[in-house]
Each structure stands twice: as structure tokens, then as C-alpha cells.
Design a protein around this ligand. Structure first.
Ligand SMILES: Cc1cc2nc3c(=O)[nH]c(=O)nc-3n(C[C@H](O)[C@H](O)[C@H](O)COP(=O)(O)OP(=O)(O)OC[C@H]3O[C@@H](n4cnc5c(N)ncnc54)[C@H](O)[C@@H]3O)c2cc1C
Length: 414
């Protein structure tokens, strides 16, 4: 694989871009792999990448029923932050955020990480207390956040109306090194790096069954034939319940559609990411100038990857009071993705009742930011049987009542 660099770009410009090679091989399935990962979203690809990079396990296939990053990874609003409350969450999300800082160099692919800062607005007394508590917890965890005054919020966000009639802005939780990254690039960059290590990234290959013998995994059945493996990682977000059923166990998860929309492109007006969790809307401005707006989840379980008109109305109505300029924008397009929600709003990174099968799911509405950290921990879990990053997120916490309650940080926020 050719290294991307300023010199390579200049050289290719001189010869009309005729010398680029394919970013990843279009692989056909082999009969057997040491490890198979189901799902070529960010988490699956990152898991494969760190299996190769950190543990030298490269006889790996990543199986994707659709196209690379076509699930939630390519449908999310790309907010990256690590201002969670509980220690295990702060550890994995901060690991992830710090890996984003150097991801472009690490995988030699520009993921356009933009640490422009994330502000979470406090619009009730309850939120003020909650965010101050999180800022204190973050200080102890080594995560840099601060609670800021309304005046500072206005400085960061000149387009804001602080004095909304229902929910005036009382302050905010500010993470200066939070931000965004280009979602497709994260998937494409990891896929290219995996392919370069000799792994097979196989698209249009749906897993239809999981085979085991004597309580141990032996392989998978797919739309392109049976494939044997020693270890299997299920990393399919909203479809986790279906895959678990194929393997013969159940997960404490619900699958619901989460929606987002973008406006027409406008001139730069906002250079931070803002989240208004009381009214439930959040917004950033893309490099193209579109306002990227995130809404809520459907109130019922489903597998449709579509947006709905009432969500546009609800989300825009929520934002207009605090950002009156939104009322003048034309909305361009909307979409949905299927998110996997656990009861405590924390992920599951775990062994399963079937030996050799590992599950990575439950990232719900906020797993884009966790991709590199989750891949790092999941790879260690698959290679060594446990990881300090994932130990707290095992399935057994649901039967032991050892929840990691992130309903404030992750229940509605992203
Ligand atoms: C509208 C929206 C906004 C969001 N905003 C944010 C945000 O701002 N910040 C943030 O951190 N997170 C956000 N999220 C959440 C984030 O997108 C997800 O947590 C994350 O992308 C999950 O990645 P993944 O790799 O686990 O899943 P996915 O990207 O969904 O990948 C799973 C893959 O598995 C494949 N698959 C499923 N079944 C099978 C099968 N049987 N065989 C083979 N392949 C299969 C799917 O096709 C899919 O490609 C948002 C999500 C949505 C929908």
C-alpha cells in the first residue's frame, strides 16, 4: 500500500492521479481464520486493527452484510468527548479521545479530527448541579473539563440566546479538546490499515448463522458460504440481539432508531459543538457549512434506518428558543440509524456464554467517540481474555446489579 503524504499528493497531481492504488483489497472469504469480526463499522474495524497492531493477530476477516461504515458509523453526528461521570466510562472514553488526537498519523489516513471544543448547556438548576459534579469527577479522573459561566458560553457561541423564556442558559460543561472527526474516514482509514496488514475486509457478506460445538464457537454461516474460526467478535450495534440469538444467548438490549438532519450550507457561524440536553437538540457546523443537527430516538423498538417528519419538527422546535437563527434555515436531508441501548446506558464489552465468542455492543447513541478506545480494549479482551479497559463492562454486571449508570451523560446525549 502506498503511504499517503504531501509528496505523494504532489507526485500524483503531476501525473493526473493515475498512480493511486485501491485503498483496500476486495477480498473473498477463505475457509478459516484465527478470528472473525462480524460488522465493518468503526468498532469492528478498530477491533481488527488493534488485534493486528497490538497482538500480531492478522489472520482475521471482517464480515459486513452491507457496505463499509454503512451502519451507524456513517450515519452519526460525529461528536467526540469524554466527559462521562463514572470511572470506567471516563477511562475508556478518554483513552478513545486521546487516540483520536493521533489517529490520522497512526493509520496514515486523514480522519479530519477537529478538537474544536464541546459545550453542554446547563438550562436547569438540576443540570447545573449535575454538570458541576461531572466536572469534579473528571478532574479526579484526569479528564480536562470545566463548568463555565453564561458569559463564557456567549463568548464561545455568539449566536446563542442566553435568555430563553423557558430555559435560560445557566452555564455549561466545557471540554476544550472534544470535537468531531469525519465518520467515513474513520471506517475507511481502519479498513485500509487492516487490509494492509493482510486482513480480509469482506463486504456484501451477511452472517446468517453461528456454529458451535460443545459450547465453543467453530465458525459462521454466511451468504457467501461457511467460514471456520477460533474466535468470533460480534460488533453489530443495533443488530446485536439478532446475532446473539443465532449464537443461542440473549442480551439486555433494545434496538431503536436515532435520527439526525442537516441544513443547507451557510457561512461559518459556530466553531464549537453545542449540546442542549434539557430540550434535546445538538448542533455543529460541518466543513461544508451545513448545520449538523441531532435529534432523539424513536419511542418504540424498530429496525428502520429512516428519519421521520415529527422528529424534524420536535428537534428544530427545541433548538429555536436558544438558537433563533435556526428558524431561517432550510433543512436539506434527514436519516436514522439503529442504536443498541442498555438499561444503564453503558456499553457491553464481554465474553459470552459461548466460549470464543465476544460481544461489543450497547454503545447506544454515543459510540462514535469510543471507536478507537473500544477497539483497543476489545482486541485485548479477544487476545488475552480480559482488558483493564473493558473489565467493568462485562455482561455479568446485569445479573450482579453492578450497573455503570451513565443515564445523564449518555441517555439522551451523544
Ligand atoms: C443519528 C445518529 C447520531 C449519532 N451521533 C453520535 C455522536 O454525535 N457521537 C457519538 O459518539 N456517537 C453517535 N452516534 C452513535 C454511533 O454512531 C454508534 O454508537 C457507533 O457508530 C456504533 O458503531 P458500530 O461499529 O458499533 O456499529 P455500526 O457502524 O452500525 O456497524 C455495525 C455493522 O454491522 C453490520 N451487520 C449487522 N448485522 C450483520 C450481519 N448479520 N452480518 C454482517 N454484518 C452485519 C451492519 O451492516 C453495520 O455496518 C449516533 C448514532 C446515530 C444513528
Amino acid at each position: 500500500m502506498k503511504k499517503y503524504s504531501v509528496f505523494a499528493v504532489a507526485r500524483e497531481a503531476m501525473r493526473h492521479h493515475t498512480g493511486w492504488t485501491r485503498a483496500w483489497r476486495d477480498a473473498a472469504p477463505k475457509k478459516r481464520y484465527d478470528a472473525i469480526i462480524i460488522g465493518a463499522g468503526g468498532h469492528g474495524l478498530a477491533t481488527a486493527y488493534y488485534l493486528g497492531k497490538n497482538f500480531g493477530i492478522t489472520n482475521v476477516a471482517i464480515l459486513e452484510k452491507g457496505w463499509l461504515g454503512g451502519g451507524n458509523t456513517g450515519r452519526n453526528t460525529t461528536i467526540i468527548r469524554s466527559n462521562y461521570l463514572q470511572d470506567p466510562s471516563a477511562a475508556i472514553f478518554e483513552k478513545s479521545r486521546s487516540l483520536y488526537e493521533t489517529m490520522s498519523q497512526d493509520i496514515n489516513y486523514n480522519v479530519m479530527f477537529s478538537p474544536r471544543g464541546v459545550i453542554m448547556l446547563a438550562q436547569t438548576e438540576h443540570e447545573v448541579r449535575g454538570y458541576k459534579r461531572t466536572a469534579h469527577a473528571n478532574m479526579l479522573q484526569g479528564v480536562k473539563t470545566e463548568f463555565v459561566s453564561p458569559a463564557r458560553v456567549k463568548e464561545l457561541l455568539p449566536i446563542i440566546n442566553l435568555d430563553g423564556p423557558r430555559y435560560p442558559v445557566l452555564g455549561g460543561l466545557w471540554q476544550a479538546r472534544g470535537g468531531t472527526a469525519r465518520h467515513d474516514a474513520v471506517a475507511w482509514g481502519y479498513a485500509r490499515a487492516c487490509s494492509d496488514m493482510g486482513m480480509d475486509v469482506i463486504q456484501q457478506c451477511e452472517v446468517t448463522g453461528i456454529r458451535s460445538e460443545g459450547g465453543k464457537v467453530t465458525g459462521v454461516s454466511t451468504s457467501r458460504g461457511d467460514i471456520a474460526c477460533d474466535k468470533l467478535g460480534i460488533v453489530v450495534a443495533g443488530h446485536s440481539g439478532q446475532l446473539a440469538e443465532m449464537a443461542g444467548f440473549r442480551l439486555p438490549l433494545e434496538s431503536v432508531a436515532l435520527q439526525a438532519l442537516v441544513s443547507e450550507p451557510i457561512k461559518p457561524c459556530m466553531d464549537v459543538v453545542v449540546m442542549a440536553n434539557t430540550v434535546h437538540g445538538y448542533m455543529s457546523q460541518s466543513d461544508k457549512g451545513e448545520m449538523v443537527i441531532g435529534g432523539g430516538t424513536d419511542g418504540y423498538n424498530n429496525f428502520t434506518q429512516r428519519g421521520a417528519f415529527q422528529h424534524i419538527e420536535e428537534t428544530v422546535r427545541a433548538l429555536i428558543e436558544t438558537f433563533p437563527m435556526v428558524s431561517r434555515l432550510k433543512m436539506l436531508r434527514q436519516w436514522g440509524g439503529i442504536v443498541d441501548m442498555t438499561g444503564d446506558r453503558s456499553p457491553i464489552l464481554s465474553k459470552t456464554p459461548v466460549e470464543g465468542i465476544f460481544i461489543n455492543s450497547g454503545w447506544g447513541t454515543g459510540g462514535f467517540k469510543a471507536i478507537p478506545g473500544s477497539g483497543w480494549g476489545m482486541a485485548e479482551l479477544m487476545a488475552k481474555g480480559h482488558s483493564p479497559l473493558t473489565d467493568a463492562f462485562g455482561l455479568e454486571r446485569f445479573s450482579e446489579g453492578r450497573f455503570i449508570d451513565e443515564s445523564v451523560a449518555a441517555g439522551v446525549a451523544h
